[in-house]
Ligand binder design. Structure first.
Ligand code: NAP
Length: 308
């Protein structure tokens, strides 16, 4: 493939928005995604707070519309895995499973992946009752009792989604107060088949062929109790996917890529957008904003390179 102006790595909203702005500015733009486009949004049933959709919009549909929009302006889409990024003189070599591509700039839109609990039974029952994606697996638990671990927006939103299929959803949270926004908290508190297990963590997941129960530990006195459930949905936050550039750009102590307001990292020519970036609000609306800013920054950088 000929040298690109911009290679975007990751096809969530941040990467797709970068693609729309870059391709529309007539820059040679390729977006590389190893899985399905959409990132975490593609695993979200409904997005209620993205402006312009008063009734909400399905996550997969929003992602597909963004991809179509970028491709209409000429963005190339490559479905492959990026193995490494090498810094060259005035450009970067992006090495993928299907060959290498040179590019003037790279936009890291690699997002974040679900964090694991690291408890006994979690790995053993993954796919047999343990899940990190209610949108993908919720329908398998029709009329069953399940639990969701975590107290943030993701946990509460997915617990609400699970109530549509299941008999009962327990929200297991390690403190006595949720981290989720008030709106979601109120919705959950007013849903009859959600029950909260406060000051609790899961100590162990047990079952036979599939999950049958969770052993809960009280975080105040460490006492143990049993909860009969068929599914465990884990939503305890995410971890950034910054490995590709962790030795060439500045990373903070939690693993997120540090950028300035123009999405520039500590390495000229590399930008970071969306959930992989150090920021205070991780939402679709802030991801797409990052994407637009990075594409415009990259465009200015490419113009300067051409003037040299
Ligand atoms: P989060 O906000 O970091 O919440 C993680 C939750 O898991 C917290 O309640 C935390 O407890 C709990 N937790 C962490 N480690 C744990 C452990 N080892 N054992 C038990 N519990 C543990 O993560 P998130 O909910 O995935 O959200 C990530 C970002 O995306 C946030 O910025 C969020 O606002 C955003 N988001 C927004 C929406 C929306 O607006 N609709 C939807 C999804 C996500 P503590 O509270 O005690 O720390």
């Amino acid at each position: 493939m000929e040298k690109q102006d911009i290679i975007i790595i990751g096809g969530g909203p941040a990467g797709l928005a970068s693609g729309i702005y870059a391709a529309r500015a007539a820059l040679k733009t390729t977006l590389i995604e190893k899985g399905m486009p959409g990132g975490l949004v593609a695993n979200t049933e409904y997005i209620e707070n993205y402006p312009g959709f008063p009734e909400g919009i399905g996550g997969p549909e929003l992602a597909m519309q963004m991809q179509n929009q970028a491709m209409r302006f000429g963005m190339e889409f490559k479905n492959t895995n990026v193995e490494s990024i090498k810094k060259m003189e005035n450009c970067f070599e992006v090495i993928t499973e299907d060959g290498s591509i040179n590019t003037s700039t790279v936009i890291m839109a690699t997002g974040a992946s679900p964090r694991m609990l690291g408890i006994e039974g979690e790995g053993e029952y993954h796919g047999r009752g343990v899940s990190y994606c209610a949108t993908c697996d919720g329908a398998l638990f029709r009329d069953k009792d399940v639990c969701v671990i975590g107290g943030g927006d993701a946990a509460v939103e997915e617990a609400l989604f699970l109530t549509k299929f299941t008999n009962k959803v327990y929200i297991i949270h390690r403190r006595g107060e949720l981290r989720a926004t008030k709106y979601l908290q109120e919705k959950a508190m007013n849903t009859s088949n959600i029950e909260f297990k406060w000051f609790s963590i899961i100590d162990k997941i047990e079952g036979e062929a599939t999950v049958k129960k969770a052993i809960l530990k009280d975080t105040r006195d460490e006492s143990l109790s049993e909860l009969s459930i068929d599914g465990v949905f884990i939503y305890i936050g995410t971890k950034p996917a910054a490995n590709l550039v962790s030795d060439i750009v500045k990373i903070n102590s939690n693993g997120y890529i540090v950028t300035d307001e123009e999405m520039k990292t500590s390495q000229s020519g590399i930008y970071a957008v969306g959930d992989v970036r150090e920021k205070t609000l991780r939402q679709v609306v802030t991801a797409v904003s990052d994407g637009a800013v990075a594409a415009v920054s990259a465009e200015k950088y490419i113009e300067k390179l051409a003037d040299k």
